[in-house]
Design a protein around this ligand. Sequence first.
Ligand code: ADP
Ligand code: MG
Ligand code: MG
Ligand code: MG
Length: 416
Amino acid sequence: MATRDYAPLTPQTLAARLGGIEAVRSRAGDPSAWTVREVGDGNLNLVFIIDGPDGSVIAKQALPYVRLVGESWPLPLKRAYFEYNALIRQAARDPGSVPEVFHFDEEQALVVMEFLSPHVILRHSLMAGKRHPDLGGVLGRFCARTLFRGSDLSMKTADRKADLALFAGNVELCDITENLVFSDPYFAAEMNRHTPQLDPVVAELRADIDLKIAAQHLKAAFATNAETMLHGDLHTGSVMVSDTETRVIDPEFATYGPMGFDVGMLIANFLMAYFAQPGHAETEGSRAGYQEWILSVVEELWAEFAAEFTRLWREERNGILYERTLFEDQGHGIGAEQARIDRLAAIWRDTLGFCGIEMHRRTLSLAHIAEYDQIADEALRAKCEARGLRLGRALAVRRGTITGMEEVLNLARHIN
Ligand code: ADP
Ligand code: MG
Ligand code: MG
Ligand code: MG
């Protein structure tokens, strides 16, 4: 390379371009012996596995456009900078939860990181009917730790405001979320698609004014409630699992937003995996036990989130809000507990709302999920998807009156 100008990597050029970087070479070994595969299956970026004599690493590079759509939809390279900044913060806030970063090159929009192996994408595991120990626990704690420790509840004002400003630059990716998630499902947006048999349900949802208002209230919360640093794209395609480990990847959508956004999106993706099971069952009904396991993961996820949030509130509430000088130090520890309960109740309501909207957008908007898409029988697929759409409507509109997870899970079990 004559210049430092951005150029996409290829399997052929990669050893020549990255072989001289000590952080990469020290882990993969002699570049002349590297083999390189491009494995990106996501919507946006290039992802290479570099296999060297001493080990393997991942090189992820942004493209100047949306991979899923092509060059007609430009997207800034700067998303790699947000991904890098989010990864190092998540690693500090919940050690071991994300791949370790070995090298970052802003001009090349490139992050070289730990290769997770033998991990697979959780979404694929959920289609295969595989169980993973402590899945909800790890993810609930990941949410609590990253969301609490990235917020005013934990951070000092200067750091907090610097990070708010940094992640406020992630404009184009926020714009994608604002449109694709919160608006496109509710009208005939150009890039939408849905299973044809869903037409009647889709018409019902688009005529539902209460739902549109709910979606816009939630969009307002996403756009204006800069509560914490979000992962921003926390679905089951951004989680990798092995038999013993659960890790989170791909935080390029990181931005300051409401805590319930990450938690709700994640729960929605488990619930859609639940609804999709009949489309992946070996024989009719054979996934019933597995479906209940998925619901138990959701239950565990929220319970662990709330428990860890509570622990952090009590032990690490050293930021700019609800100061101990106002509560514990005055003998008003009970007030701090009341405030915690209020904040958790607000996060719960947001979580339900974002969860509902996520189920709509993954079924009606541009970016769908494999669990539904891979059901070849369209009538069966529509049946699974319709249940998710109806549950999504109930959660989004009734988020203020649903009191606990048991109610959500029973709705999921019985909705048609
Ligand atoms: P995108 O932003 O394009 O969605 P992802 O970060 O989700 O890209 O990565 C795409 C795919 O590459 C993942 O689904 C996964 O299969 C693989 N991958 C990404 N990061 C890693 C990693 N650290 N270790 C192993 N595989 C990874
Ligand atoms: Mg991804
Ligand atoms: Mg993606
Ligand atoms: Mg991504």
